[in-house]
Design a protein around this ligand. Structure first.
Ligand code: NA7
Length: 529
């Protein structure tokens, strides 16, 4: 059996960077990736309209300053093919593909008490042994197919947005159903509407949206950013959002109605998550939150001709921003088209998928294709899908039945030498993902280097440090409005999943400082042997 220093699972932004750093340290590492090539999220999510909601200039690696200058991002928010092109370019430049075995899914990993190693098994029957197991498997990589009766009986074409065919799909002249109105539904619906002869959107919950205000890259913005790239990167690394955005300078409840209106107009005209960042009380004071939600609903009502449809599209069951905000480009306007129909699943729930369409409580919609924009088993799904057996033989999936528990979002008690990149309990999805990935990967790299220097063979979070961390993550989330929504942040989108708020809400800067303090303190909260 091959013996290595490390196994890295996943060849997205995190796995590639991790591999690069391990190699630079002279360690032997093998990567496994289920896809045919690099890209992770951006390899799989090829649905029409797939686009990042962090700005292009900041959604890239910070450790390649020459590439920062050379790379041309065509739009303010990059489309999936552009991001994939960037990742492929980095993989080629750093010769990272040679470290990965593609089309290979890791199915199991077992910790060996005798020699502090992991034996990793793949679906193709490979077995390797390594000191460190690094799961760079992404937060939104395990697609969630809904459990609807008859789902396999449909005779037309069915797609999940997170597993989109590589050659694309032509819906021209077809009757299409889209189930789900989260980010991917909202991004893809205008594009599908442009092709389909009839489009039926099945909505269970209306989501809060912000205008994306995407467009061609402004050359002045690009030039200015590029002239200060290292400064911008440094600012992003030490910011709450992992991005250079105006943070927490206005308290909504302290503004007069006129000032409020002016401020809301200003952030709305900037678009994207700028609508969320400037406010100190948006995510903690329901009165402030209601004011923003009202303002946002006003825009929807102004955009949509049919008042009943407009009302259905206004999010009302959760505070603004407590579910991942969706960035809208032409989404609402789609419903002004004659051939686009909104089906409200609250009044007419789906009963079944039939061979020819979707049956709801008051009728049947005949369609040629169904698009499941039904999201992911977020944050834990890709980790619990693998049989990861720790030092006592317990499987991670079982250890997490009551919700994920870990230390720093990076390490799980009872699972020595295992690292999870952007795991639950870390800021991840509440920040610019690449910034958070870099912080994690660099922390793991430093940790591994320190173990190697000390001649240590084993690092493991203590149960006490883990319990304190989990409590802290829960307490800080409970101080916000986030837990009020039935979101994927809290596991509510997966039937039977424990409801625990998973991301760390205090931001990247605070989190980075805590992680660095742990490392500076000789890995406090860990047992090193
Ligand atoms: P999301 O945001 O989880 O959205 C999934 C949507 O699918 C949401 O509207 C769900 O309604 C709906 N859904 C899920 N299951 C069902 C069933 N059984 N019936 C009807 N409707 C259903 O996933 P996305 O892929 O859009 O986005 C995920 C993230 O990727 C996104 O936040 C970005 O960070 C990128 P619900 O709201 O649960 O009532």
């Amino acid at each position: 059996m091959t013996r290595l220093d490390a196994v890295v699972v996943g060849a997205g932004f995190s796995g590639l960077y991790m591999m690069h750093l391990l190699r630079q340290r002279g360690l032997t590492a093998q990567g496994f990736e289920a896809g045919k090539d690099v890209g992770g999220t951006w390899y799989w999510n090829r649905y029409p309209g797939a686009r990042c909601d962090s700005e292009s200039l900041s959604y890239s690696y910070s450790f390649l300053p020459e590439l920062d200058q050379a790379w041309k991002w065509p739009e303010r928010y990059a489309e999936q093919p552009e991001i994939l092109k960037y990742i492929e370019h980095v993989a080629t430049t750093l010769d990272l593909r040679s470290a990965f075995q593609f089309e290979t899914r890791v199915t199991a990993a077992t910790f060996n008490e005798a020699d502090d190693t992991w034996t990793v098994e793949t679906g193709s029957g490979d077995q390797v042994t390594a000191r460190y197991l690094i799961m760079a498997t992404g937060c939104l990589s395990k697609p969630n197919m809904p459990d609807i009766p008859g789902i396999d009986s449909f005779r037309g074409d069915a797609f999940h947005t997170g597993l989109w065919p590589h050659g694309g799909v032509d819906f021209s002249g077809q009757r299409v159903a889209v189930i789900g109105t989260g980010s991917t539904g909202i991004q893809s619906i205008p594009h599908i509407a442009n092709q389909a002869s009839q489009l039926f959107v099945f909505q269970r919950t209306a989501n809060h949206c912000v205008p994306a205000r995407n467009g061609p890259m402004d050359p002045v913005v690009e030039r200015t950013y590029k002239s200060r790239y290292s400064h911008m990167r440094e600012k992003a690394r030490h910011s709450m959002a992992g991005d250079v955005v105006p943070e927490s300078y206005v308290t909504i409840m302290k503004l007069s109605p006129q000032e409020r209106r002016k401020e809301f107009n200003r952030v709305w005209s900037q678009g994207g998550f700028y609508t969320q960042y400037p406010f100190t009380d948006l995510m903690t004071d329901i009165r402030a939150n209601d004011l923003v939600a009202d303002y946002s609903r006003e825009h929807i009502r102004n955009k949509i001709r049919n008042p009943r449809t407009a009302e259905l599209l206004c999010a009302k069951d959760h505070p603004f921003g407590t579910k991942r905000l969706c960035a809208d480009t032409g989404y609402f306007e789609s419903y002004n088209e004659e051939h686009v129909h909104l089906v409200d699943l609250n009044t007419t729930p789906i009963r079944a998928i039939t061979p020819t369409g979707v049956e709801v409580s008051d009728g049947h919609y005949e369609v040629d294709a169904i698009v499941y924009a039904t999201g992911f088993n977020a944050m834990t799904g890709a980790l619990t899908a693998v049989d990861i057996r720790g030092s006592s033989g317990e499987i991670l999936r079982d250890a997490w039945t009551g919700g994920p528990v870990n230390y720093l979002g990076l390490s799980v008690a009872g699972f020595p030498n295992l690292f999870t990149v952007t795991g639950p309990g870390s800021p991840s999805v509440l920040t610019n993902m690449v910034s958070s990935i870099e912080q994690h990967v660099e922390w793991i790299d430093r940790c591994v280097a320190s173990l190697e220097e000390r001649g240590a063979t084993r690092i493991e979070a203590t149960p006490e440090a883990q319990a304190t961390w989990v409590q802290y993550v829960n307490d800080t989330a409970d101080a916000t409005l986030y837990p009020q929504a039935n979101s994927w942040y809290i596991g509510a989108n997966i039937p039977g999943k424990a409801r625990v708020f998973m991301p760390y809400v205090d931001g990247l800067k605070d989190y980075r400082d805590r992680c660095d303090a742990v490392a500076d303190d000789g890995y406090a909260g860990f047992t090193v042997a």
